[in-house]
Design a protein around this ligand. Structure first.
Ligand SMILES: [Zn+2]
Length: 112
């Protein structure tokens, strides 16, 4: 039986980078939905938050949008540690961030 640490033995630095990029992408979505929630809260209950808070939220949302676009691009172009091709992206229109195998060579994510 293999444990997670053994499975990352072959390309540990590359898989760690893949996990980091995935976490950045998920974090950008969590932050975006949190800001939208706060904006809706502010729209419905304006007395709850300070007056200039909506401007700060809009700026944070735009900064997070840029961060999310960069994180998406970095993950989409992340090279497979085995074959060097884009792990999640087959061509211009087909990409799958949920795949567990490389769309080019078939190496399993976090495997030897
Ligand atoms: Zn590959």
């Amino acid at each position: 039986m293999m444990v997670w640490g053994e499975q990352m033995a072959e390309y540990p630095r590359e898989w760690a980078q893949c996990r980091s990029l995935t976490k950045q992408l998920v974090a950008s979505y969590v932050v975006a939905f949190s800001i939208v929630f706060l904006m809706s809260l502010l729209a419905n209950f304006p007395s709850l938050l300070p007056v200039h808070f909506s401007g700060i939220l809009i700026i944070l949302f735009l900064l997070n949008l840029v961060f999310g676009i960069i994180a998406t691009h970095r993950l989409a172009t992340w090279p497979c540690p085995k074959c060097g091709a884009r792990f999640f992206k087959r061509d211009l229109y087909h990409r799958n961030f949920f795949t567990r195998i490389c769309v080019h060579c078939g190496v399993t994510k976090y495997e030897r």
